[in-house]
Ligand binder design. Structure first.
Ligand code: PLP
Length: 462
């Protein structure tokens, strides 16, 4: 064994070789030396166990530059990477919710790579406010007096509660005390903001009178929450938004709506027919509306707060605002998205809406082309009528009819195919139904169809 260990050249010797010198020029001496040392340590460990034949160690030594290159590539690869979503869940928090269009990235490149007027008013050479960039845009789109942006909608709601209702009671229907994605629970957010939860009504029925009867001098806010990930059916009731607006006006208690998904304007899409619309809530007279940037708005992660100027101002002045504020890239990205709405181009230019609106004919013909390629690789494909879902806290219970590609193989189980696709570069996320692998092309960008075909054929040629 010592014989073998003696064959292992010294670090200094290896560093002199031209292929390793090239790696040093490309990366850094420090990184190459660190990876080389751990590479050699592994070879020594192998040798020490005596389980490997000498020839395999010789082989490892011969392939050292190659092993080293692979290790460095793995060490320096980005951790966050593209995943192809073939699940049919359009807004999927685990895979990053709304994908952003390439045109947006091009448009914000200049702002991101240079200094900007983020908080600088070039007309007066004085300090400006970063919200100015979105406030005008949202004002002209939605007719709101003021707007501010924070890191996400959870932060938006928390800040609203803290700034407007700390130490005061907040009226919430028992049917709206929702949990969204594990760590976001309305009662807990409310409590940690310093507000006091005053539940009204029952789980299934809450009437206007329940709100009215709960009003006393301690009440600071009425909160309406969109139960965005479940639906109540049967013997249920809650007041119309307009009724809550009247009560709020009468009692001079602000009404806030957590609208969740950020569906700005009503569209023709049937799956969104019962989704609350931000512009409707503002028009109805709600004082503040908050919503996410990366759900149906179709933009980057953010929480938007829109509504009356004095209330937005109080939220903005809260000391915790500084903790939740967003970066110039988020402002630039949101502005780009809002411009799409202003131009009436959002249905075509935002990937979320392209997925939502893709027709069954279009999906079926893409499915046929893909099935053709998969059959060529020995897979059996069948398109069956199925459904996609909006997901991500929007349109609960609603489904979108979609032709689904069911794939089977004589050689590989559905589990084997699923794992192969998931471990492919880029990873492809699918699901299994009734022993078939199911591909939903609604959430796959059309330009990625070929990648799917390649992934299947790489399994077939194994
Ligand atoms: C999604 C959602 C939230 C949380 O929004 P994030 O942007 O994920 O923080 C809060 N309220 C409702 C009603 C939601 O649907």
């Amino acid at each position: 064994m010592n014989e073998i260990l003696r064959k292992i050249p010294s670090v200094d010797e290896i560093l002199k070789s031209s292929s390793v010198q090239a790696l040093i020029r490309e990366h850094s001496r420090q990184l190459v030396v660190a990876e080389l040392q751990s590479c050699l340590a592994e070879i020594r460990r192998q040798a020490a166990t005596g389980s490997e034949p000498e020839s395999s160690l010789d082989d490892s030594l011969a392939r050292l530059p190659e092993l080293l290159r692979d290790r460095i590539a793995a060490r320096t690869a980005p951790s966050l990477k593209k995943v192809i979503n073939a699940t049919g869940v359009i807004l999927h928090t685990n895979v990053g919710r709304a994908p952003l269009p390439a045109a947006m990235i091009d448009a914000i490149r200049e702002t991101a790579t240079s200094y900007s007027n983020l908080e600088y008013d070039t007309a007066t050479a004085s300090r400006g406010h970063r919200d100015a960039h979105l406030e005008k845009r949202l004002g002209s789109l939605l007719g709101c007096e003021a707007a501010t942006v924070v890191n996400n909608n959870a932060a938006a709601l928390f800040l609203i509660l803290k700034a407007l209702a700390s130490g005061k009671k907040v009226l919430v229907s028992r049917g709206e005390l929702v949990e969204i994605g594990g760590s976001f629970r309305i009662p807990e957010i409310l409590e940690s903001s310093g507000a006091i939860l005053r539940e009204v009504g029952t789980t299934n029925k809450t009437r206007l009178a329940d709100y009215r009867n709960a009003i006393d001098s301690q009440v600071g806010l009425i909160l309406r929450v969109h139960p965005s990930n479940y639906r109540m059916i049967g013997f249920t009731e809650r007041p119309e938004l307009a009724e809550l607006v009247s009560l709020s006006r009468e009692s001079a208690i602000p009404l806030v709506k957590d609208a969740g998904s950020g569906y700005l304007f009503r569209s023709e899409l049937p799956c969104l027919a019962s989704e609350p619309v931000v512009s409707d809530a503002l028009r109805a007279g709600v004082d503040l509306v908050c919503f996410s940037g990366d759900k149906l708005l179709g933009g980057p992660q953010a929480g938007l707060i829109v509504g009356r100027q004095p209330l937005v101002e109080r939220v903005r002045r809260d000391p915790l605002m500084r903790i939740c504020r967003v970066d110039k890239i988020t402002y630039a990205a949101l502005d780009w998205v809002l411009v799409q709405y202003a131009k009436g181009r959002h249905l075509e230019s935002l990937p979320v809406y392209r997925s939502l609106a893709a027709s069954t004919e279009e999906l079926r013909s893409r499915g046929e082309i893909l099935a053709g390629r998969l059959s060529g690789s020995g897979f059996t494909c069948e398109q069956k009528d199925g459904v996609s879902v909006v997901g991500g806290g929007a349109a609960p219970g609603e489904t979108i009819p979609t032709p689904l590609l069911h794939v089977r193989s004589e050689r590989f189980s559905a589990n084997t195919i699923e794992a192969h696709l998931r471990l492919f570069e880029p990873p492809i996320v699918t699901r299994i139904d009734d022993d078939s692998l199911v591909v939903d092309l609604r959430t796959v960008m059309p330009e990625d169809d070929g990648v799917l075909a390649d992934a299947f054929s790489s399994l077939a040629s194994r």
